[in-house]
Design a protein around this ligand. Structure first.
Ligand SMILES: Cc1cc2nc3c(=O)[nH]c(=O)nc-3n(C[C@H](O)[C@H](O)[C@H](O)COP(=O)(O)O)c2cc1C
Length: 218
């Protein structure tokens, strides 16, 4: 009787181990690329860092008439924290500074028609390892001059780190748009800061940036 029980056990065990082998080969554990995973391998020290950004001054949503754009403020905080170089994406034809509504209308048309407005100057993206990319959320997207900048360059092997300022929409889908445009780049987890926080609560903005940067590194 004992012999029969141990034979049955042996049979069941070997069946289980065959099943487990089969499941190891036919169904390997997937390496999911969640935003958390994307943050894990970024080491900021000993890397050449660029902070490229677009930002608009003048009549602005919720914060009145501003001399320094909200995204510009965040870009500067990142530059101070990382030692990176700043590059401002400036359209050749400026958006109006005296009417928020006019900017909103122009931006809407540009987005609908996928316009690529010419931009002033350039920077050698090839010389950098990590490119922080900053922009205000315009109609749930990046301003079109940011696409002009992105489409001018080669992104293979680069790490692109998006950040935006907004007044409620956060990053919208822009991390995906950045990934779709920067072929071959790794796109890290982005940061969204309310424009009002960037403009009027610098200490809070500072803390948000610093904690995001340390999350990116760990
Ligand atoms: C043309 C335009 C479109 C905007 N669309 C949005 C939007 O869809 N969602 C949102 O949260 N904020 C939107 N905003 C508000 C800006 O994202 C916000 O004020 C931002 O902080 C401006 O950054 P800047 O000062 O760097 O240009 C829009 C602003 C403008 C001018």
């Amino acid at each position: 009787m004992k012999k029969i029980v141990s034979l049955i056990l042996m049979f069941v065990m070997s069946g289980l181990s065959i099943l487990s082998c089969a499941s190891n080969t036919s169904n390997p554990t997937p390496h999911s690329k969640t935003p958390k995973d994307r943050t894990m391998e970024i080491k900021l020290s000993d890397k050449k860092i660029l902070i490229a950004f677009f930002s608009h001054t003048g009549e602005n949503y919720g914060v009145g008439n501003i001399a320094e754009g909200n995204t510009h403020i965040i870009a500067q905080i990142i530059a101070e924290a990382t030692g990176g170089s700043l590059f401002e994406i400036i359209p050749e034809i400026d958006y109006p500074h005296n009417s928020y509504d006019k900017v909103v209308e122009i931006a809407k048309q540009e987005k609908e028609k996928k316009v690529r407005p010419a931009i002033k100057g350039d920077v050698k993206v090839e010389d950098y390892d990590i490119i922080f990319l900053g922009y205000p959320n315009w109609w749930g997207d990046m301003p079109m001059p940011v696409y002009t900048f992105l489409e001018k360059h080669e992104w293979n092997g680069k790490t692109v780190v998006p950040f935006c300022t907004h007044e409620g929409s956060g990053l919208s889908n822009t991390e995906k748009y950045v990934a779709d445009t920067c072929h071959g780049a790794r796109v890290a987890k982005g940061l969204a800061v309310r424009g009002e926080i960037a403009q009027n609560h610098r200490e809070q903005a500072n803390k948000l940036v610093k904690s995001w940067l340390s999350e990116l590194e760990n």
